[in-house]
Write a protein that binds this ligand. Sequence first.
Ligand SMILES: N[C@@H](CCC(=O)N[C@@H](CS)C(=O)NCC(=O)O)C(=O)O
Length: 214
Amino acid sequence: MAYKLYNRDGSGGFVVEAALALADAPFELVKLDSTPGTPLPAAFREINPWGQVPVLLTPDGTMLTESAAMLIHIAACYPDRDLAPRPGTSAHGRFLRWLVFMSVNLYESVLRKGYPERYTTDAAGTAGVSEAGAKRLADGLGLIESELRPDGYVLGETMSLADLYLAMLNAWHGGGRGLPLCDAVTHRVAAHPVIAPIWQRNFDQRLPTKWGRA
Ligand SMILES: N[C@@H](CCC(=O)N[C@@H](CS)C(=O)NCC(=O)O)C(=O)O
């Protein structure tokens, strides 16, 4: 039995697809006909009542939403692939900290930037919400930047699924904006031999920076 991943190119399911590929897990990708930055077709609510991608159906048919939950689950299902530190260690605590930080604070900031009308009842105030979302994303990436070491990854010397998440957020942020260590991680993730084709299909058309090939 295989996993089934619902996503649209350029959206947050990128990290889940890349994690499944790193795990060498069998999966089917269901690509929705929808453009990033727009609401998904109403019919998709039959699969996810919250109306968002990614959605992951596990081999036993369990339906998961929340990209961070999917990454934690995949890492736990494939412990020999070293996608995350071993549960119960301090390194795993740090892995959870940064993954949840990025999911709760930074992914959410991207949504504020892209869908500001959801975050205010003031129709005249959407530009401000969008601007504040962009600033919050920049601030959060700046915090991660301050913790990174040159040639390092989110957890130190070893790449983990947290770096895939950082790379995706930083690519959405744009790159070349005073975050050289985040940019370096993004380039290394995008150039990873297993991830590169997935990255290119998701982001090359959509984003001006051709990550991984600078
Ligand atoms: N907290 C969710 C956020 C998912 C999310 O915001 N997905 C976006 C695509 S990147 C989406 O489905 N946008 C369409 C919409 O919100 O209507 C997660 O981490 O998976």
